[in-house]
Design a protein around this ligand. Structure first.
Ligand code: NAD
Ligand code: UDP
Length: 350
């Protein structure tokens, strides 16, 4: 049984990845400081094990911060001595608010970069050199011509958050070229992850006020916020609102599983892949779909553009499709339905 370490495993995306890995029979060890997640996630994951949905084995949870080197050393040593060494790491832990990163850049470099360097060092020491890293579409520069973004597009982040991700990718590339260590790395560049597991037992649970559009739409639909502020209706897009590539979090999680297994099979040294659907959706289209599938109203009002936004960000996902043999299966209606189902079942979060 392989033991996979998942940093940030109680977070939104991490919790769905944990479920997919458990269903595939892996043992998992979650490390999370809980700065933006709840320990209830662990109980929910255990429920899936108990209900016997699939052949589920063990879940280990260690509360801790990746910036703490002593914590990481003792974690790796303890699991090594128990005969539970980590076969691979899925590294999701980090901060992700673009807005906050522009206000507190040092915090972002500290959490995202220092945390990652500590992790990579200890992985090297224990010869655990299989890694899947959570990167982001924010590393790409904005394109003037509203065309799909492929992996060769210009890397040109416009905020501290994006720079931390681009810098980590650079470090990973350097590591992958070292001769004395056998690193196998996949850096997955997510576009706009939304949705939730269809059961409504796990989902997105930001501890602070949400900045991303889907959690805000659910709050508006629930009457907790009066209206959605649409950031600009004068973009160079057919209806004037921003276009994004929304991807169901379960499709994203399945992309991680396949990447992990390819790494464990030694199939590549270092790969950077877009995980998106290649389909663009405007803010207005998203609202209309959410209203239609959930039979709710989402009042909105046009406001000024948000700083740092771009008109259009949609993935060319052909590389991920061919290399991973992965196809995102869930459409926008399913994303909207599952987000609302998660909210209705957990109006106060976990
Ligand atoms: P999330 O905040 O729900 O999950 C991140 C988890 O990491 C949280 O549980 C948090 O408590 C934990 N964490 C943060 N710093 C830590 C530290 N120093 N030590 C230990 N734990 C720490 O976010 P998410 O949406 O699940 O995102 C997961 C990853 O995917 C992040 O790296 C994020 O940058 C990346 N990503 C997310 C999106 C998105 O829109 N959600 C898009 C692109 C990339
Ligand atoms: N958006 C909006 N109102 C909000 C939040 C987001 O109009 O309250 C728009 C935003 O301008 C962008 C899209 O929704 O066009 C997706 O924004 P989000 O913050 O979810 O993702 P990102 O900007 O990181 O792609």
């Amino acid at each position: 049984m392989k033991n996979i370490l998942i940093t940030g495993g109680t977070g939104f995306i991490g919790s769905h990845i944990c479920l997919v890995l458990l269903n595939k029979g892996y043992e998992i060890t979650i490390v999370d400081s809980l700065i933006n997640s709840s320990p209830v996630v662990i109980e929910r994951l255990k429920e899936f094990c108990k209900s016997g949905e699939k052949n589920v084995n063990r879940i280990n949870f260690e509360k801790g911060d990746l910036r703490n080197q002593d914590f990481l050393s003792s974690l790796f040593e303890t699991y090594y001595k128990k005969g539970l060494k980590f076969d691979a790491v899925l590294h999701l832990a980090g901060l992700k608010s673009v807005k906050e990163s522009t206000q507190e850049p040092l915090k972002y470099w500290d959490y995202n970069l220092i945390g990652t360097i500590n992790l990579l060092k200890i992985m090297g020491e224990y010869r655990c050199t299989n890694l899947v890293f959570s990167s982001s579409a924010t590393i790409y520069g904005s394109k003037k011509d509203n065309t799909l973004i492929d992996e060769y597009s210009l890397i040109n982040p416009i905020n501290a958050y994006g720079y931390t991700k681009a810098t980590i990718e650079r470090i990973l590339e350097d590591l992958s070229k070292t001769k004395n260590q056998k690193w196998r790395i996949a850096s997955l560049r997510y576009f706009n992850p939304v949705g939730a597991h269809y059961s409504g037992r796990i989902g997105e649970n930001p501890l602070d006020n949400p900045n991303n559009i889907l959690p805000i739409i659910t709050k508006v639909a629930a009457g907790l916020i009066d209206e959605l502020k649409i950031f600009g209706n004068d973009w160079d897009t057919p209806d004037g609102t921003g276009i994004r590539d929304y991807i169901h979090v379960m499709d994203l999680a399945e992309g991680h599983l396949i990447s992990l297994e390819k790494i464990l099979n030694n199939e590549f040294k270092f790969i950077k892949l877009n995980l998106g659907t290649a389909k663009g959706t405007s803010v207005l289209e998203l609202i209309k779909t959410f209203e239609k599938v959930n039979k709710v109203k989402v009042p909105y009002r046009y406001c000024l553009r948000r700083d740092g936004d771009v008109a259009y960000s949609v993935a060319d996902n052909s590389l991920a499709k061919s290399i991973l043999n992965w196809i995102p299966k869930r459409d926008l209606e399913e994303m909207c339905r599952d987000s609302w189902n998660w909210y209705k079942n957990n109006p106060k979060g976990f």
